[in-house]
Design a protein around this ligand. Structure first.
Ligand SMILES: Nc1ncnc2c1ncn2[C@@H]1O[C@H](COP(=O)(O)OP(=O)(O)OP(=O)(O)O)[C@@H](O)[C@H]1O
Length: 713
């Protein structure tokens, strides 16, 4: 049979003389039936190939890193379509929280990824859209590098439509939410175990160390509990890189100038010693214009971020260009902050404020910052100290505490309305009756915060009036300063140096406080125009009043969120957590993060906010300010009092190390703060346990700023 013949193996030698067997009819039939089959098969395979390629391409563009196959070198952030994100979040139906950027929703990426995600949707109506856009670009800029750390939550994807002002960021979902919520509100039982709390602190420290180990170092700028996210096992990861920046260092050995970049097509940002290629996606993806996030003059125009990293290419909105290459990060955020505060904000005013900020380099104007402070009012503090549920806000407390010092104008209208106003009226009546007593009492009360007058033993002693106390303690020093001041003259008081020959580092010296006090006396008239609460807050917060001088540690007070509303709509960094030097010297360094970490560590150990009043204000106020309280405990040798009493299975020695590390981190002088490497070393026990510096020793006299202010009034 011919078919059998076909299956036969070919002859080993071919006899070319022998005629080939002839099957004319059969051959003709094959020719006719195979041709259409072959054509169909070829067409089908081409079609299949095209479809396969399209599928691959689509997958590459949409699949998150977690679904990448081995060898797939595409790195986040990936671009998602808006409709995909909408489907993933079920039309943005499950909000997780709300921040300065907008609302965060939970969702799940469609198959094949099926990754649970958190989606940040920029809200162009309620926040400053300029700020939002900048944060969006900033997050993307850092995403591809930061995603490599297990202690960081970086954006894995994004979606942008500048024309419709739609900006979305996609992150891994951290199922246990943020630390602030888990620790302070929900009081998760897991976090009541010492081991877990300590591991959270260590995770954060390692995360910050990772950022600082990058080349150039990444400064987070906004470390605080609500930016620490917790996964299912309560492992902590640092999130929210909207305000992060690269450390500006002209000596950094980065890529050659921007001119070469086009050819290189990729950049480098070294992490943990190894060079990391930060190229993202192919030429069809978009790239971000992040030029405005870098320090003017430090990296220079030729050293724009594109020299460091290649990032997806987004259409640049006119606003972003408006801030442009010349805007530094501070400017950008301050500008955006101004926008968010002022309803009438427009581009012209933005340029103006940008100039203002640029000029003095001190961030926002004091008025704006002050307004911002009041905006942060919420009833959490009030609720904690007010079991009957009166809705008292921070300012109500201020006024109750300060009593008659509060400016009358503001009492009636500007600050208070409704319930707050009623409260004030009652308070005023009470204050009138006890006028003398009250004033004396306040002074003692302030003293108590730093000078431990509330200790049982000392309570029995006759208290000195604050003025006398101050004179006794610092009279000699003051006299010297007076003489020196006379010689120098008062004219250049505000801007001259602090005695260290370094005007930009005035906060390092307490001396400046006392000298400053005299000079302020001369200007008391203008200061008196401010309300008493201003004075109170200036003393208390330190960091709030960006444009004023604060020569003391930031005895900071956190403004808790109101219903999850961001506490940082307008400032770089967050009140209470921001380092005192931030925004003054322009020398923003890793030590700013170290300071914030110190506050964060104290919060973790103590399980409370930096500013918190529980129970009746008078009995609790000496503990209200966490930093002051921690210093007070250190001077008393009672550090353990800081530890949260609800912690179980406490390891006392480890807790003490944590507190000491925290106290070192919040030292006034950035140079004296440890590096994050040292912090991690001390926490893990690889380095010697920390020794507290001399200012925390019992003999060190406390110099509480309020007395200074009070005397000046
Ligand atoms: N990846 C995430 N997984 C789970 N929840 C998240 C995630 N990212 C953010 N959230 C939640 O959304 C909330 C808002 O986050 P967002 O970073 O926008 O603001 P914030 O950090 O609270 O405030 P701010 O804008 O002042 O920094 C967070 O507090 C957190 O509870």
């Amino acid at each position: 049979m011919p078919s059998r013949k076909l299956l036969q193996p070919p002859p080993s030698t071919v006899d070319f003389q022998k005629p080939t067997p002839n099957f004319p009819h059969r051959r003709h039939h094959h020719h006719h039936s195979l041709l259409p089959l072959l054509i169909t098969a070829a067409a089908a395979s081409i079609l299949f190939l095209v479809l396969f390629l399209l599928f691959l391409r689509r997958r590459k563009r949409t699949a998150p890193s977690t679904t990448s196959t081995a060898g797939d070198d595409s790195k986040p952030p990936h671009r998602f379509s808006y409709s995909l994100i909408r489907r993933a979040t079920n039309s943005f139906s499950s909000p997780l929280g709300h921040g300065g950027f907008g609302t965060v929703f939970s969702g799940t990426l469609p198959p094949p990824a099926r990754t649970p995600v958190a989606v940040k949707l920029m809200d162009p109506t309620t926040t400053s859209s300029q700020q939002g856009e900048r944060e969006f670009h900033n997050e993307l800029f850092f995403a591809s590098v930061l995603c490599q750390s297990p202690h960081v939550v970086a954006a894995m994807g994004f979606s942008s439509d500048p024309k419709r002002r739609r900006f979305l960021l996609v992150y891994d979902l951290m199922v246990n939410g943020n630390l602030q919520d888990a620790l302070l509100h929900r009081k998760c039982p897991e976090l009541m175990q010492w081991n877990k709390r300590f591991s959270v602190a260590l995770d954060i420290a390692k995360g910050v160390l990772f950022l600082h180990s990058c080349n150039p170092p990444v400064i987070h700028s906004d470390l605080k509990p609500s930016n620490i996210l917790l996964d299912a096992e309560f492992n902590a990861r640092i999130g929210d890189f909207g305000l992060a920046r690269l450390k500006s260092d002209p000596n950094l050995d980065v890529l050659d100038g921007g001119a070469d970049f086009e050819e290189k097509k990729e950049g480098f940002l070294e992490c943990d010693g190894g060079a990391v290629v930060v190229a993202v996606d192919d030429c069809e993806t978009e790239s971000v214009n992040t030029a405005c996030y870098f320090e003017e003059g430090s990296l220079g125009v030729d050293h724009s971020p594109e020299c460091f990293v290649r990032v997806p290419n987004l259409e640049t909105s006119p606003e972003t260009n408006g801030a442009g290459v010349s805007a530094s990060p501070e400017m950008a955020v301050a500008l955006a902050g101004a926008a968010s505060l002022s309803p009438g904000f427009d581009k012209a005013s933005s340029v103006q404020s940008e100039k203002g900020v640029k000029k003095n380099g001190k961030g926002m104007r004091s008025n704006s910052v002050r307004d911002w402070w009041w905006k942060q009012d919420n009833d959490e503090v009030a609720a904690s100290s007010n079991p009957v549920g009166e809705s008292k806000s921070v300012k109500d407390y201020v006024m109750e505490w300060i009593g008659k010092d509060v400016d009358k104008e503001r009492q009636k209208g500007e600050w208070l309305g409704g319930e707050g106003g009623q409260l004030w009226k009652q308070e005023k009546k009470r204050m009138k009756k006890k006028k003398k007593k009250s004033r004396k009492h306040q002074l003692e009360w302030w003293e108590s915060m730093e000078e431990e007058k509330f200790d049982d033993v000392l309570k029995k002693e006759k208290r000195r009036p604050a003025r006398r106390w101050w004179k006794e303690e610092y009279g000699e020093e003051l006299e010297k300063k007076k003489k020196k001041k006379k010689r120098k003259g008062l004219s250049n008081d505000d801007d001259d140096d602090d005695g260290n020959g370094n005007g930009s580092e005035w906060w390092m010296s307490d001396d400046a406080l006392y000298r400053d006090r005299n000079a302020k006396k001369a200007k008391s008239k203008s200061r008196n125009n401010r309300g008493g609460a201003d004075w109170w807050l200036e003393g208390l917060s330190g960091d709030l009043w960006r444009t004023r001088r604060n020569s003391f540690d930031s005895a900071s007070g956190e403004i808790p969120k109101s219903g999850g509303v961001s506490s940082t709509p307008s400032m770089r960094g967050t009140v209470c957590y921001v380092a005192p030097e931030y925004g003054y010297s322009g020398d923003v360094s890793e030590k700013c993060d170290v300071y914030s970490f110190g506050v964060l560590l104290l919060v973790i150990i103590s399980g409370r906010r930096p500013l918190q009043v529980n129970g009746s204000p008078m009995s609790e106020f000496h503990r209200a300010n966490l930093l002051s309280w921690a210093r007070h405990c250190a001077r008393n040798g009672k550090l353990i009092e800081l530890v949260d009493q609800s912690i179980q299975s406490l390891e006392k020695d480890q807790a003490l190390v944590c507190i000491k590390v925290a106290l070192l981190c919040v030292l006034k002088s950035p140079a004296r703060r440890p590096s994050m490497k040292e912090v991690v070393g001390m926490l893990t026990g690889e380095l010697e346990p920390p020794q507290l510096p001399v200012e925390y020793s019992p003999s060190t006299p406390s110099r509480f700023p309020f007395k200074t202010r009070k005397k000046g009034r």
